[in-house]
Design a protein around this ligand. Structure first.
Ligand code: SF4
Length: 436
């Protein structure tokens, strides 16, 4: 039986594509290689969003060509965003047998294997989970139509296209059957769900997802901070499975910069978005991202971003130094900010946020919360996450008193009292295990 291996780069949305590619091969009787070096058919599923990601992808592809020269690899394929962004790469990489763009994902297994149909009926959608199955991603749409001036995604992934509610419910039920208790709902912009198909909107989808028994947490990631549907706010506040957590990138807060970025919301609307959530959703945890050093950004404009962050007081904030991306409108803009200034501003924003994160984390001390057990960390501590800690991007909670005689059950929930906090992490003392 041929072995298929895959190296997946970039965001969680790209990882879902990778899992679909592997699922299609497994459904056609191929074995999935644990180690890419074992693979006879090897995929590099690339990211091409920004320069750094492009460089990383090229390095991975060149590394993979070595497997073909001296390893088990017989067929080398490259898929993902880089192929769409730089189709000319095909000329420069003769060692690569197949190039696929993101649109090809569903057809890749058939084209490479030559096996038109899955050999065995497969639960929909054929997907091989590449991360622990208790916390998974549900990609509810492809592409983006917001066309921010600095972003390559609309060019790479096309216009916003919602996945039908029926397909998503089937996939979510399958994921729950595979052990998912936390469903992280993702897209480039989850708030646009359903707009393009005149179908059920995000609120309806969330209501239906809540009906899936085994799911315990439904988390919203990548919301565009435009006016949030009242019904979504009610769901976030309802104490149900849609947990009071939202990730909504602001990118900036100064009107001139937001306009130059092509953002479709003003600073006032963005502020209203977060203030409304803080007012109506008890215990809401806010994550955002911001870009520093956008062309023409003055000290006064940067100060406006700092003031906004100071005002809203996000629990979590990720910052990016502006990267001029070929083919974007912003890359043509004058007023390049000096690299040194960009990183000095980056440090100032992150140190302001560190103080705020510390303060927001300290507010959890004394609370009794359900904690999703994730396993053992590098220090041998049992760790988990509260509803306020998204996978892979936010901190974690160290669990004391888990029970030395107990086998660590990844994916179980314990109830624990938060006893200490640091800038990004928490410590909690286990009160009970959900199965008790
Ligand atoms: S919302 Fe803007 S930044 Fe986000 S993917 Fe769409 S175009 Fe890119």
């Amino acid at each position: 039986m041929k072995k298929v291996g895959l190296i997946s780069l970039g965001c969680v949305k790209n990882r879902v594509d990778a899992e679909r590619i592997l699922g299609g091969f497994e459904a056609r009787g191929f074995e999935i290689a644990e180690d890419p070096a074992e693979a006879e058919i090897l995929f590099v599923n690339t990211c091409g969003f920004i320069k750094d990601a492009v460089e990383e992808a090229v390095e991975e592809i060149l590394e993979a060509t070595l497997h073909k020269k001296s390893g088990n690899c017989r067929i080398l394929a490259v898929s993902g965003c880089l192929v769409k962004r730089y189709p000319e790469m095909k000329e420069e990489l003769p060692e690569v047998d197949f190039f696929f763009t993101p649109e090809d994902v569903e057809r890749i297994p058939e084209i490479v294997s030559g096996v038109p149909q899955p050999l065995k009926p497969h639960d929909y959608p054929a997907r091989i989970l590449t991360a622990p199955p208790h916390s998974v991603y549900l990609k509810i749409a492809e592409g983006c139509s917001n066309r921010c001036s600095y972003c390559t995604i609309p060019t790479i992934r096309g216009e916003f296209r919602s996945v039908s509610q029926e397909k998503l419910l089937e996939e979510a039920r399958w994921l729950a059957g595979e052990g998912a208790v936390e469903l992280n709902v993702v897209a480039q912009d989850v708030t646009s769900y359903g707009l393009d198909i005149e179908g059920p909107r995000l609120a309806e989808l969330l209501h239906r997802l809540q009906e899936i028994d085994k799911l315990r947490w439904i988390r919203l990631l990548y919301a565009y901070p435009r006016a949030l549907d009242e019904r979504v706010v009610e769901l976030l506040a309802s104490g149900g499975k849609v947990i009071p957590y939202i990730d909504a990138p602001i990118q900036h807060a100064h009107p001139r910069v937001l306009k130059a970025m092509g953002r479709k919301v003003s600073a006032a609307e963005t502020s209203e978005f977060f203030r409304r959530l803080k007012k109506h959703v008890p215990g809401i945890v806010l994550r955002t991202t911001a870009i520093v050093g956008f062309p023409g950004e003055t000290e006064e404009e940067f100060q406006a971003l700092l003031d906004f962050v100071e005002e809203i007081r996000f629990n979590h904030l990720g910052a990016f130094a502006y990267s001029p991306e070929e083919g974007t409108l912003a890359a043509e803009l004058a007023g390049r900010v000096d690299e040194e200034v960009v990183w000095e501003r980056y440090d100032r924003l992150m140190s302001l946020q560190a103080g705020i994160s510390e303060e927001r984390n300290a507010a959890f001390v004394g609370k009794e919360l359900p904690i999703l057990v994730e396993g053992i960390d590098g220090e041998g501590e049992v760790v988990g996450r509260t509803y306020g800690q998204a996978p892979e991007v936010d901190g974690h909670t160290t669990l004391e008193g888990y029970g030395d005689d107990r086998v660590i059950e990844v994916g179980e929930f314990v109830t624990a009292k938060i006893t200490a906090s640091s800038t990004y992490d928490l410590v909690a003392s286990v009160i009970s295990h959900d199965d008790e």
